[in-house]
Design a protein around this ligand. Sequence first.
Ligand code: HEC
Ligand code: HEC
Length: 263
Amino acid sequence: MMQEQITPGGDGWVPVSIGITAAVAVVAIIAGFAWLPLRQPGEEFRGVWDAICSAAGLVQVSPRAAQVVQADYPTTRIEVTPQMLHNPSAQSIGRGATLALRCTMCHGARGLSQADTPNLAGQFPIAIYKELMDFKSGARTSAVMGPLVSDLSDADMRDLAAYYAYLPRESEAQPAASAPPQIVANGAPLRGIAPCGSCHGALELKAGAAWLGGQPNDYLHAQLKAFSSGTRRNDIGEQMRNVARAMTAEEIDAASRFYADHP
Ligand code: HEC
Ligand code: HEC
């Protein structure tokens, strides 16, 4: 029996098949990295190289993606960190006490208001400082507070924050009179609302969020309404607007009442 001889490349098919494979690869690369990305709706590339980089997963900036949508209203300029205003000096607290003489008329002699003005005693210093900065920049609008902060310097606001944070809160040891309503205790997971205490609690605190306990009911109610309607929009990343917008009127009533009754 004659053994058939297999000679590599002997019949000419091998170079042809290698050529076809190479051609398919080249066409696939061009289609995958250049043609398809360029045809993709909603993407605008500055050139073929941009499209190739995008298809390869390398970060590239298409002109459309580069357009950052700017809010047409003043937004907060403060970046808050949990370490901010930590350990204030005694001098800072003392200077704050002197500056606070012009605040007592509305916020009370020791930071506890008798009217519907928010209490400041024992408030987190970051929250006080941030709100003062926002009143000054116009990110948070208030016909009352706006003019009062216009001549305060950054150091003044830090001192005021240190002083008010140092003052004791209203009877902190008061026992809870009633269980928190559903919206406060559990939030509303299906509507994307986390429990209020996961950002406003003493243990779980989102930097910049205020202590709510003991604030006047009308004040809390008005702030929740203002966030949900968008008239207050100084919250970083719309954290609070997203929560308030998803709340029902009954939940706003219940949450305001609960916090007002539980210092
Ligand atoms: C004429 C009354 C008045 C005076 C004086 C006043 N405030 Fe206020 N303050 C208010 C009112 C009213 C609000 C609530 C504003 C709102 O509804 O948005 C407020 C809000 C605040 C807030 C925000 C509180 C929060 O929980 O978000 C801070 C902080 C504050 N004031 C600090 C001060 C400081 C510091 C001074 C003194 C330099 C001062 N205020 C003087 C009436 C006053
Ligand atoms: C994801 C975190 C988060 C959750 C959850 C959250 N908040 Fe807030 N809230 C914030 C932050 C941050 C601020 C401060 C906004 C700013 O920068 O002025 C704020 C501000 C507020 C204020 C204004 C306080 C003041 O004195 O200025 C009220 C009232 C409030 N929240 C109520 C609630 C209630 C009620 C709930 C639960 C239904 C809730 N929040 C859930 C983050 C949160």
